[in-house]
Design a protein around this ligand. Structure first.
Ligand SMILES: Cc1cc2nc3c(=O)[nH]c(=O)nc-3n(C[C@H](O)[C@H](O)[C@H](O)COP(=O)(O)O)c2cc1C
Length: 159
């Protein structure tokens, strides 16, 4: 293992997002930092997800996801959706756009995406989604991954 790798990857500038998923019946969402734009035409976003997550089952079935941009005051929201549970939407106001994936009403903005492709990447799966719809919800500046410090316990995840 490369020493102190976690400290170095924390220097990569990344935002913090809540990814909403649904199988058409159940909704869930999880916090993600590994999200990026990957194409202009068509407009594509990619995210990297651990396939062991409950959220991945819903994403696979629903073939869609929402990317909710968190504001720099939404640290507790990032922590809440960073925990594993099938019941995380409870207590959070949410809405739907085209795909039906849950959108957090308190987010700064959202992207509603349909899955276009998936590709394995080590212990994660890269999911590429086409942006079907977008919306601005609240004013503010985005939360950055560096600001979440040890919230994701990533230091312990390198073998
Ligand atoms: C700040 C932060 C960033 C995270 N980024 C990712 C990510 O990009 N990809 C991922 O698979 N998990 C990421 N996680 C972990 C998931 O949010 C976490 O494991 C969550 O419990 C999964 O939800 P589920 O088990 O209810 O589906 C992150 C967690 C935090 C706190």
């Amino acid at each position: 293992m490369i020493e102190n790798l976690n400290d170095f990857v924390k220097l990569l500038s990344q935002g913090v997002y809540v990814i909403g998923v649904t199988d058409g019946t159940h909704e869930n969402a999880f916090t993600a930092a590994w999200v990026m734009q990957v194409s202009f035409n068509p407009p594509l976003l990619a995210l990297s997800i651990n396939p062991a997550y409950y959220s991945y089952q819903l994403l696979q079935k629903g073939e869609a996801f929402s990317v909710n941009v968190l504001g720099d005051h939404q640290y507790t929201t990032a922590a809440h959706f960073g925990n594993s549970s099938a019941d995380k939407m409870k207590g959070y106001a949410w809405q739907k756009d085209t795909t039906g994936a849950p959108i957090l009403s308190d987010a700064l903005a959202y992207f509603d995406c349909k899955v276009r492709d998936t590709t394995p990447a080590g212990d994660h799966i890269i999911v590429i989604g086409e942006i079907i719809s977008i919306g601005k919800l609240n004013p503010g500046k985005p939360l950055l991954y560096q600001q979440t410090d040890t919230m994701d316990n990533s230091k312990d995840l390198y073998a």
